[in-house]
Ligand binder design. Structure first.
Ligand code: F6R
Length: 601
């Protein structure tokens, strides 16, 4: 996730910007840069790679700059990691750093190019620098206000102009915090960067724009009215602050899911057309000609692939084979098959190898990944980025739900191109999709209820997760999470398969998590395990009149379409395993024997 910092004060800005940028390193980055005010001009230093290396360049140049500057760590979303794509971006005497996604950047880029602006990067952010430059007539605040009117999407920005006595910051759907020092104002995306300098912070609200001087901040609300800034005293230590006050990165990342899903969707849906905009590198004619999809993935990403199986069949009329990458041995991919690699890291050796092998059979290929410029993107014809920021906890959480959302977007696009889905049907799915972040938030609000249940069964020696249809892959994912972070042997099973063997394992000591938000059939499976003495934790839809009669505990989830219910159930099972592992005192962010990225076969 990108990080922004800025400084206005009585010291030279450079060393402070580098130090604060390093304190945002934990968010992950691939390039960094600073813009410093120096003798009436702006000096920009930026490059792909480490902040420490850039700092050495700064020092070798004699530490230029005065008491005002902005800095950025970039985690690529539009355009690969490179020196050119690193921030700050400049236009004349304007320099900007930006977090977020400018959804209409292509339209703005076209417009600005017609006006004579020359772009030097592939980023969405550069349009902001030129737009602000276009409006800048000596009043930086006015220019930023006018420019932001044209911007659709999310942003946290810090803007510097060589001739302006103050900085301008603004935010919408991306965090930005101001820190109040004795003789300086600090700006950062996150509190930890500020803590060595000040514990007095002001959180900017959505839609606000601020003028930042060394001795004061003037914050204006959406209507341009001044807001009296409330200063908050931070009492956390730096370690807790990195995790945003959460006890573990995994818990933080679970809570980031509403935002992650919003980013995955941003700029990609058109409710009016009832369609999805994705750069697949394939024409509608080619999509119409497809006969199958072969999905290749590992672990959690494989579970995402399994969900795609039923969805693509229903929505796009396409049969799907889902292959565990390490077992992709002598499989012949038939002609007219779309290959889809799903890998959050983009670097999983088994997935890359299987994709390479499959590609030798010809056909079009796509990847769903979270890492811009990762190896998988070089292997395929088109990539759908999940854009949910780096995931630090080893167990995949937000990257998984964002994969599910990317799969839903892809299914709709394929369905529309193949005329298997009418615009009206697509529209209904898309309208519900836009509500998903809010629904996920409501599941997160159940955390206390889930924690109590998790702690009650934390001593279990075996767990079962059962589900049907879209919820079957989620039962596998729930069991995987329980295994990997709570070390409890767990089985994920299709409800209907229980009676074909695993029922022998069910006793009164086996908690069974029943994913029961879709359809009534699962209730007979609940009865089967209840009859063997098992306690059942049911995830059910709010207001379900029957479920409480059969389950021991009911966690009610918001009503939605079955496919989105899979996302809601995922969040609930993530919380269940998290609180189980937490009760057991386990190293949740770094479970034993596991690595975040498996680059060996
Ligand atoms: C489980 C988990 C792993 C990964 C698997 C594939 O929480 O994270 O099972 O899903 O190693 O990784 P990617 O998606 O990077 O290919």
């Amino acid at each position: 996730m990108c990080g922004i910092v800025a400084y206005v004060g009585d010291l030279v800005a450079g060393p402070i910007l580098f130090d604060t940028l390093k304190r945002l390193e934990y968010r992950g980055y691939d390039s960094a840069g600073v813009a410093l005010k120096s003798e009436g001009a702006i000096v920009v230093l930026k490059s792909a790679g480490r902040i420490a290396d850039l700092e050495k360049v700064y020092q070798s140049r004699g530490c230029p700059g005065e008491g005002m500057g902005i800095g950025h760590t970039r985690w690529a979303t539009h355009g690969r990691p490179s020196d050119r794509n690193a921030h700050p971006h400049t236009s004349g005497e304007i320099a900007i750093v930006h977090n977020g996604i400018i959804e209409n950047y292509l339209d703005l880029r076209e417009l600005l190019t017609e006006m004579g602006y020359v772009f030097s990067s592939e980023t969405d952010s550069e349009v902001l620098a030129h737009l602000i430059h276009f409006y800048f007539k000596g009043d930086l605040y006015a220019a930023v206000c006018r420019a932001l009117v044209h911007v659709e999407g999310s942003y946290a920005v810090a803007v510097l102009a060589a001739s302006s006595p103050y900085l301008v910051c603004a935010r919408k759907d991306s965090p930005l915090v101001l820190g109040k020092g004795k003789t300086a104002i600090y700006v950062a995306s996150d509190v930890p960067a500020l803590l060595p300098y000040t514990k007095d912070v002001i959180r900017m609200k959505d839609g606000e724009i601020a003028r930042v001087f060394a001795d004061r901040v003037e914050i204006m609300d959406r209507e341009g009215q001044p807001r009296l800034a409330q200063v908050e005293r931070i009492t956390w230590d730096a370690d807790a602050a990195e995790k945003g006050g959460y006890t573990h990165f995994m818990l933080k990342e679970i809570h980031e899911q509403p935002r992650a899903i919003r980013e995955t969707i941003a700029g990609r849906i058109s409710e009016i057309d009832g369609d999805v905009r994705l750069k697949l590198g394939m024409s509608d004619e080619e999509i119409k000609g497809l006969e199958r999809v072969t999905i290749i993935a590992c672990g959690t990403s494989y579970h995402a692939g399994m969900l795609a199986k039923n969805l693509f069949a229903r929505v796009a009329g396409l049969p799907v084979d889902v292959e565990v990458a390490s077992e992709f041995l002598n499989i012949q991919v038939r002609p007219r098959t779309l290959l889809l690699g799903i890998t959050q890291s983009g670097e999983t050796a088994d997935t890359l190898l299987a994709l390479k092998k499959a590609k030798t059979c010809g056909g079009r290929s796509l990847a769903i990944t979270n890492v811009v410029g990762s190896t998988v993107t070089e292997l395929v014809d088109g990539t759908i980025y999940t854009r949910c920021g780096p995931e630090i906890g080893v167990a995949a959480t937000k990257t998984f739900t964002s994969q599910l959302v990317a799969i839903i977007l892809l299914a709709i696009r394929l369905g529309r191109a193949r005329a298997h889905l009418t615009p009206d049907q697509a529209r209904k799915m898309l309208i519900e999709l836009t509500k998903l972040p809010g629904l996920v938030q409501r599941v997160l609000e159940k955390r206390e209820e889930i924690r109590k249940i998790a702690e009650r069964y934390a001593g279990a020696s075996c767990y079962f997760f059962i589900g049907r249809d879209y919820l079957y892959p989620i039962s596998l994912e729930g069991a995987l999470k329980m295994k990997e972070i709570a070390y409890i042997p767990s089985e994920g099973y299709a409800g209907g398969e229980l009676k074909h063997g695993p029922l022998a394992l069910i006793t009164e000591k086996t908690p069974v998590v029943a994913l029961a938000t879709c359809g009534k059939k699962i209730q007979s499976n609940i009865k089967e395990v209840r009859a063997r003495g098992a306690e059942v934790i049911a995830l059910a839809t709010e207001g379900d009149p029957d479920i409480a009669k059969v389950a021991s505990h009911v966690i009610e989830l918001p009503q939605t379409q079955p496919i989105y219910s899979a996302v809601l159930c995922t969040v609930a099972v993530q919380l269940l395993s998290y609180y189980t592992a937490n009760k057991l005192g386990l190293p949740i962010d770094k479970p034993r024997n596991l690595a975040k990225c498996v680059t060996v076969e």
